[in-house]
Structures are given as C-alpha cells and as structure tokens.
Design a binder for this molecule. Structure first.
Ligand SMILES: Nc1ncnc2c1ncn2[C@@H]1O[C@H](COP(=O)(O)OP(=O)(O)OP(=O)(O)O)[C@@H](O)[C@H]1O
Length: 434
C-alpha cells in the first residue's frame, strides 16, 4: 500500500463535512459461474456532495455496483477512484471505515446497545471513551432521537423507523465523506418512510455528504436524488440525469415504463407553492358589511372573498351567494377551507384542492398570514413550465457503459479533478445521456 492510501478520503480538508467525488472507471463484476457480467464496464461519475439514486429492475446490478464502491464486493475489473485516490487495491477494512453504509432496517447488531452500535467505527479508529460518548449523543440528536431515552436501549426495543435512524447515525459516526445506502427505508411504513426521507434531506443539507442510494421506489429517487441513474440488466446505464429531466424527457420506453404513470404529477413534488405566481383575492374582515364585500368582489370579477382575522390569517372563504345572504361578516373560523402553506409542494397543493373539491386553495406564509390563491390552472401551467425548463437546463455527470474510457480522463480523475475528467470524457466520447 502506498502512502497515499493512508490518508483519509476527506484529507484535503480535515474536519470539514463535505462529500468526496467518486468515479467508477469501467467497473465490471463477473460472479463465478455466471455467463453474463452482473455489472458490465460501467463508468459513472458521482459528483462530491451530491445524492445519486440507483434505480432499475430487480437483479439489474444496483446492489452489486453499490457494494463495489466500498469493496464489500470486489470488482473483477476497472477502478474505483474516490476524491482522486484509486481505492481499488487499498485495504478493504480501512476503506470501509471511511465510507458509511446503511442497509434496510438499519442492520444493527441486536446484542449491542444503541450507543455501542453507533460507536463501533469510532472505537475501531481508537477514539477515547469520552469522545465516542459525545459523538453518540450528537448523532442521536441529529437523527431526532433523545440521547437520554435511546442511548442505552437495544435494537429490539426500537420501532422500525427508530432502528433506521440509528442505522443512519451509525453510518455517520466517523464523519465519512461518502454514505452508501441500500434500500434504507424499504422496511418501514409509508408515513415513517416519508419522515425519514425528509430527515435525510435535512441532514444532507447540513452535512453535504456524497450519498449513493439504491431504491426500488422511483418516487423516492425523485424526492431524494440530485441525479438518478436508471439501470437495465448488467448495470447497463439507460439514463443518468436530474430527476427533472428524466421526468420531462425519458431516454426511451424502458425509462418511461420505469417512471410509471403520471410523470407530470411526479414533477409536482419538485416544485413548491412559493415558486409559482399566486392569484390575488378580494379580502374582508369580520365586521365588514357583506354588501360592500359583494360589490368589491363583483368589481374585481372574483367568485369568492377571503375573510381574514386580525393577524391576516384566513378564517372563511365566502362565495357571492353566501355573501348575498349575510349582513355583517362574522369571525367564525371555518375549518373546512382549503389552506396550504407556501413551502408545501405543488403536489400537496393539488391534493388539498382535490380533497376540498375546490379549483383553488388559500396560500399562507410565515405565521399563517394569507398570501394569495393557488389555482388548478397555475398548477397545470407549472407542470408544462417545469417540463420546458427541464429540457433546456444544465449539465449531467458522466455515465456510460462503453469500452475503454480515454486515458486522459483517468489521469485527470486521479489528479483529483473530476471536472477535468468530465471534460476529457465528454470531449472524446460525447455526452452520455443514453
Ligand atoms: N453472490 C452472487 N453470486 C452469483 N450471482 C450473484 C451474486 N449476487 C448477485 N448475483 C447476481 O447478479 C445480478 C445482480 O444482482 P444485484 O443484487 O446487484 O441486483 P439488484 O439490482 O440490486 O437487485 P434487487 O433490486 O433485486 O436487489 C443478479 O442477476 C444476481 O442474481
């Protein structure tokens, strides 16, 4: 092992919590006795600090590819380069201590307490007890578990979601620059799953690790991924691009089928209410004369008036007909009015409208203050706008299954400059958005 193998993968900036770039350089895996390779000549660039989701049909080689990154599975050919360092021949145990690994149900050791589970890698790295204990508590806080309550429990005394959180905490224990996740949220119910996904996004916005995650769930890939790699059998890369562009422009029928129905609707989970233009509404206050409000509403050509309380929070939404039957507007709070926060996704907004059988919803901002109306029409326009901008937008990392990649690209990657590597690959091979 050369000296360079002894450095931490994040050694460029010790203590900094940033991810490392990963380059799979024409990686192949042949299992003994198998005719076809499980992974055939895959070249994939995973940018530092990004979340890359692997999707594809069962048996297509997602897990094999993932496990070759930490060499739980040894590649039969090709190279794995992490932050410019070729780790293909590095001591496997040492490599794995620098790469967090999360599997379904957390993969916790049942006979060890939560604290011991989380402290495993720091202990192997020779940290002293006080430092490990402090780190365990810090990580439990990070994954929203109260250290005083959970640190001494055993895995069987935890819910599925809690076990999964501890699994994430354990993977992050030694602050690795790379986190590999294999179907991490596959074993929990949909609501816990959604919560864990949201937590992972929060953690990631704080830590900016490089996360590679295998999932069966395309919606999960859209929600979590900066980039999605869609694989077919033999880990053939069919498309590698942003969720927006895969939804807007699937490479072929295979990807289309994989996305499933309602690509437009899935796109709605990518946009938030505060990103679209809201319609103005006629507003009224308790104590106003209904006839005044009605004439203002008629003047503005509106159908409904929004009644706000003193803090400008919506409490009623009155139609012309309702107004015509009233004298004075009162301060009753109608719990059935469709209200949506401006940080919600357009998908949530559409849900709210559908549940209320309404063509619009009332949008509120901080402290529930009324901001305007979102309509079904706005949501529909947002789908087509997202579609158009996704088609015209930006660059994707390199991914291909072709033969040899240019030596200039490998040299550049080994020099830790993935950007150079990318231009070299692009220059000599053209873009690979299959
Ligand atoms: N240890 C092994 N020995 C022989 N063949 C294997 C081994 N592990 C996996 N395979 C084969 O390699 C191929 C890829 O398997 P892999 O587990 O990587 O797929 P996957 O895409 O992760 O599948 P799934 O989504 O079902 O988990 C499959 O055909 C599988 O049968």
């Amino acid at each position: 092992m050369s000296d360079s193998h002894n450095k931490s993968l994040s050694a460029e900036n010790p203590g900094a919590v940033t991810g490392a770039s990963i380059l799979l350089d024409e990686v192949t895996k042949r299992y003994p006795g198998q005719g076809k390779p499980a992974v055939g000549g895959l070249t994939l660039e995973i940018p530092a600090g990004s979340v890359v989701m692997f999707v594809g049909p069962s048996g297509c080689g997602k897990t094999t590819t993932l496990k070759m990154i930490n060499r739980l599975i040894e590649p039969s050919g090709g190279k794995i380069v992490i932050n410019g360092e070729d780790v293909t021949t590095m001591d496997g145990d040492k490599l794995r201590r620098q790469i967090g690994y999360v599997i379904q149900a957390g993969g916790l050791f049942p006979h060890m307490s939560v604290a011991t589970n989380i402290g495993l890698v720091p202990k192997m790295l020779g940290w002293d007890k006080a430092r490990i204990a402090a780190r365990v508590d810090e990580l439990l806080e990070l994954v929203s578990l109260d250290p005083a309550v959970y640190r001494d429990r055993y895995p069987k005394e935890l819910s599925g979601g809690q076990q999964q959180r501890v699994g994430v905490a354990r993977a992050l224990a030694a602050d690795p620059p790379v986190l590999l996740m294999d179907e991490p949220f596959g074993a929990v119910d949909p609501i816990t799953r959604q919560r864990l996904q949201d937590e992972l996004l929060n953690i990631q916005s704080e830590l900016q690790k490089t996360i590679v995650c295998v999932t069966h769930d395309f919606d999960e890939a859209v929600k979590l991924g900066d980039w999605i790699a869609v694989f077919d059998e033999g880990a053939q890369l069919v498309q590698y691009d942003s969720p927006e562009r895969i939804l807007a422009n699937p490479a072929n029928e295979f990807v289309e089928n994989f996305i499933g129905s309602g690509a437009g609707l899935k796109q709605l989970t990518l946009s938030r209410v505060n990103e679209v233009k809201l319609a103005e509404a006629v507003t009224a206050l308790p104590g106003d004369l209904a006839s005044d409000v009605l004439s203002r509403l008629q003047g503005a050509g509106g159908k409904h008036a929004v009644v706000l309380d003193r803090r400008r929070r919506p409490i009623q939404w009155l139609s012309r007909r309702q107004l015509s039957r009233l004298q004075i507007i009162d301060d009753t709070v109608d719990p059935r009015i469709p209200v949506i926060g401006d940080k919600s996704t357009l998908n949530d907004a559409l849900d709210t409208m559908l549940v209320a059988s309404s063509e619009a919803a009332l949008v509120t901002g901080n402290r529930d203050i009324f901001k305007g109306l979102i309509t079904v029409q706005t949501v529909m326009e947002a789908i087509s706008a997202a579609h158009d901008s996704a088609l015209n937008d930006g660059d994707a990392p390199v991914g291909l299954n072709s033969g040899a990649i240019p030596t200039t690209a490998i040299a550049a990657a080994l020099a830790a400059d993935a950007a150079d590597a990318r231009s070299a690959v692009e220059a000599e091979h053209g873009r690979a958005r299959a």
